[in-house]
Design a protein around this ligand. Structure first.
Ligand code: ATP
Ligand code: MG
Length: 202
């Protein structure tokens, strides 16, 4: 089995993250956890690239639609449609507009439990409900109430892969193999070495 320290996840700083001058802050949060940056690029994605990204998982349309319908019910509201796919089509349209509105930064972070820990630090999808201390919770006030009223995607600064399987599909969608750099950072010794050797003079 691959060592947990080899796990990789895709992070995208969305256009609002760049406009809010949060590039450094966002990178700092992942970097200080001990994760290692193994690829990075700034680009304006195309609509095809955004649609391709969200539909890599064939279940995403259904799951997102169902989640959204449940969200409406939990708020005591009637969903705009009972058909999850119709709801997701609208969300996808909003996402294409959102993510192609300006440059984004795509990154690959590597380290123990990278997927899960990036999601934890990033916070829940709806910034309004995201926990204090998470990036979304600390830096953005957006909500489904507002995004629904204005008929747009919820603006939550960042994308982080939702699972290891998602990360494995998303990484090649955004990066060619030669754009990844394999290297060592010194702090990996204290995080991952089996024997704590080489700290004291012997
Ligand atoms: P991401 O995949 O961007 O990291 P996520 O995994 O937290 O976010 P998903 O359910 O995958 O959330 O939804 C993808 C994106 O679609 C969200 O980040 C958000 O911008 C938008 N979105 C999702 N559900 C809704 C909704 N009900 N209303 C508006 N926008 C939504
Ligand atoms: Mg997702």
């Amino acid at each position: 089995m691959e060592h947990p320290s080899q796990e990789r996840t895709l992070v995208i700083i969305k256009p609002d993250g760049i406009q809010r001058a949060l590039i450094g802050e966002i990178i700092r949060r992942y970097e200080r956890l001990g994760l290692k940056l193994v690829a990075l690029k700034l680009m304006v994605p195309t609509e095809e690239q955004v649609e391709g990204h969200y539909t890599l998982d064939p279940n995403w349309r259904r799951v997102t639609g169902e989640k959204t319908i449940k969200g409406y019910r939990d708020r005591g509201l009637t969903p705009p449609s009972e058909d999850p796919l119709e709801i997701t089509a609208k969300i996808l349209k909003g996402l294409k507009k959102y993510l192609t509105a300006g440059p984004v930064i795509a990154m690959i972070w590597q380290g123990a439990h990278a997927v899960e820990l990036v999601r934890k630090i990033t916070g829940g999808t709806e910034p309004r409900g995201a926990a204090v201390g998470t990036i979304r919770g600390d830096f953005v006030p957006d909500s489904y109430v507002m995004s629904d009223q204005d008929d747009r995607a919820v603006r939550n600064l960042i994308h982080g892969s939702g699972s290891v399987e998602e990360a494995e599909m998303e990484i090649p969608h955004w990066f060619k193999p030669e754009e990844l750099t394999d290297y060592k950072v010194t702090h990996e010794d204290i995080l991952y070495s089996k024997e704590l050797k080489g700290i004291l003079d012997e």
